[in-house]
Design a protein around this ligand. Sequence first.
Ligand SMILES: [Zn+2]
Length: 162
Amino acid sequence: MPFNDLLAANAAYAATIGHRQLERQARAGVCILTCMDCRIDPLPMVGLEFGDAKVLRTPGGHLGPQSLVGCVLAVHLLGVNRIMVVSHTKCAASGTEARLREAISASSGVAAIDMVFGADSDRLGHLTADVAALRAHELVGDFAEIAGFDYDVDTGRLTQLC
Ligand SMILES: [Zn+2]
């Protein structure tokens, strides 16, 4: 079965952590919206641990309808008062929509793909716009500090941009 290795690892994991009674609230009051990229380890990257932060991950770390819902829930119900929006270098969502579509056509054999991938030819401009949208949102902006960051996947360095 394709997931047996993961379930076996989970059994070992569950045996070590026991029954933790963690609060639903993010202990450090932080929400991190970032990319699905496997080179980003959101909690240790900012010195946080299990239970400290809400983490929302999307392709490119972009703000969309579901990640916006996550931010609203985080701010009003889950103890969050700081939101970090984190873009990163070497993102697979960079480039043009046409190029992404071509690559996925080549991989899948499906010629006409009816899907928007949200490719990002202006990665940092997109980050700035997402931060501005969160700051302007009536259910988010007045309730949390919001900032945009760039993460370098080679050095591990995080830089605040806005
Ligand atoms: Zn990415």
